[in-house]
Design a protein around this ligand. Structure first.
Ligand code: NCD
Length: 527
């Protein structure tokens, strides 16, 4: 096994953990495996030979297909398969995930954890925490594969879905036009499509769901950013009147277990809007295929069972592809395959520093800025200016207090809300005669709390340094931030001790690194 294999050791917490090139590689290898399998060919190149590799299946939520296809995929390989039973484990004694996993990790030379949880973002968090632990004790970092985490993502389902779409199109990846139908709000297999469909060079997505079940903004925005064309209808009946009905229908069941009572009470009515009816058969385009991650509701399926033996049935083949794609996923992350991969990996994380700019000072600004910014001009000290510029006085006062609280500025000083050159544009200002220096860490913190402000260091009545702080690309390491998704692994009530971490997406939105929830900038703060 090559140690330069870029795919070995890769955690699959979200679909985007594999770049588009890497996903195409996965599909190519799956295609080769499936061909060899179906024709009685040599399967040895696909098989991991490592009896010291432990694969753990940890399903803390129910599963049939994902669990059984992973169990069979693991059995295909020459490795050690362990099926962990959470119902009789120390989870019942309130043990944390990280403690449980550390223990299991200790039993093998290399470990792959396949995990399904209700809590969202678990695989990313465990990748970090167990990875740090492995580094400390000098062991190879374990791999985590997300087999579905709450309403967040289901990357391995996504890989099998995309493989199935490609197979159905005879491997033509130039264009897809797909309808996503059903519970788009809670259905994680749909959420993963925001990144998975990117393997097609042109994408049109028709969203078909009643208002209560529409796709959350986080995923819709991602689809838009990925250049997908998005169209929308509230029911199948309405969709059938659309100018261009597509021939690839992807259904999902109503995720009753994740719904609030108000929505669940209207279950029948909502289901009806996304259930296919016999009388619509002749309105479908030629060669239409239906897909579904399954399971179907046995009493009220959105794809009724009279369609099972028809040409429309794409879902049975889709489900079998779960086995083949998962054999290859294990082989890739174990390093058995991937040595011949030559495409691009995922984009590196953005650098952290560019949001603090030191402003060059002229002779004039050295003196003028001091007078301009001071409430009472400071001779020596720090002046934070342009706070929440353009906001309402209420917003600006709010920001001023937040800065003082978070940076613990309990020192002498003054503050106020003023207008700048334009009398209609307000800004805040804090003047701090006792603060003579500001560390890079404090500047970062200030940028996170109050992007857009400037910091002036005044010495002997003249401005000695001036910094302009922009919105940082990441916000983390603060006690005063939290992800507002109660199912997130970072949620304080989950007691998993995973600190919140946000990275900036478009404009002023911040996405939780773990559960993917997007927040408006102000919403990440608790103070
Ligand atoms: C899906 C899941 O668990 O998200 N099922 C699956 O993995 N095959 C879809 C669902 O449960 O509706």
């Amino acid at each position: 096994m090559s140690s330069t294999n870029p795919l070995r050791g890769r955690t699959l917490a979200a679909t985007a953990d594999l770049s588009v090139d890497e996903q195409r590689y996965l599909y190519q290898k799956t295609r080769e495996l499936k061909a060899a399998w179906n024709t009685g060919g040599d399967l040895t190149p696909f098989r991991i030979h490592d009896p010291e590799l432990n694969v753990y299946l940890l399903f803390l939520e129910d599963s049939t297909r994902t669990k059984e296809s992973f169990r069979n995929a693991a059995n295909f390989h020459d490795i050690k398969l362990n099926v962990f039973d959470p119902s009789t484990s120390s989870f019942k004694k309130s043990e944390s995930l990280v403690d449980t996993l550390k223990m299991l990790f200790g039993y093998g030379r290399r470990s792959i954890f396949v995990m399904r949880t209700q809590m969202e973002g678990v695989c990313r968090a465990m990748e970090e925490q167990l990875g740090d632990y492995a580094d400390r004790i000098g062991r190879e970092r374990p791999v985590f594969i997300n087999a579905g985490d709450g309403r967040h993502e289901h990357p391995t389902q996504e890989f099998l879905d995309e493989f199935t779409f490609l197979e159905q199109r005879a491997w033509d990846d130039s264009r897809i036009h797909v309808a996503l139908i059903g519970d788009l709000h809670h259905g994680r297999t749909v959420h993963s499509k925001a990144d998975g469909l990117k393997i097609f060079r042109s994408v049109t997505v028709d969203l078909v769901a009643p208002k209560e079940l529409t796709l959350p903004d986080s995923y819709r925005s991602r689809m838009e950013e990925n250049g997908f064309e998005i169209r929308e209808w509230e029911s199948i009946e309405a969709y059938l009147d659309a100018p261009e009905v597509c021939d690839c229908w992807y259904f999902t069941r109503l995720q009753l277990e994740r719904m609030g009572d108000e929505i669940r009470d209207r279950e029948d009515e909502l289901r009806e809007a996304v259930t296919f009816q016999q009388r619509w058969l002749e309105r479908l385009p030629q060669n239409t295929r239906f897909f579904h991650p399954l399971p179907r509701h046995r009493v009220k399926p959105v794809i009724p069972s009279f369609l099972d033996a028809t040409q429309l049935n794409g879902w049975d083949g889709q489900s079998i592809n779960g086995f083949f794609t998962r054999v290859i996923e294990l082989a890739i992350v174990a390093g058995q395959l991937g040595g011949d991969f030559s495409g691009a990996g995922p984009a590196p994380e953005s650098k952290d520093e560019s949001f603090i700019t030191e402003v060059a000072l002229t002779r004039k600004t050295r003196v003028e800025d001091r007078f301009k910014v001071g409430i009472k001009p400071v001779d020596n000290g720090t002046v934070i200016d342009h706070i929440a510029k353009g906001g309402t006085p209420e917003e600006i006062w709010d920001r001023i207090y937040r800065i003082r609280r978070i940076l613990k500025l309990n020192v002498r000083g003054s503050q106020g809300v003023f207008h700048g050159v334009d009398p209609r544009v307000y800004k805040g200002l804090i003047s701090l005669p006792d603060i003579l220096e500001i560390s890079p860490t404090e500047l970062k913190k200030l940028a996170a709390v109050s992007p857009g402000c400037t910091v002036n260091l005044v010495k002997d009545r003249s401005v000695k340094a001036k910094y302009r702080l922009a919105m940082p690309p990441k916000i983390y390491n603060f006690a005063e931030i939290s992800c507002k998704n109660a199912e997130c692994v970072t949620w304080p009530g989950a007691f998993q001790n995973v600190p919140p971490y946000f990275y900036r997406t478009v404009g002023e939105t911040f996405t939780c690194r773990y559960c993917g929830k997007r927040h408006e900038y102000g919403d990440i703060w608790d103070l």
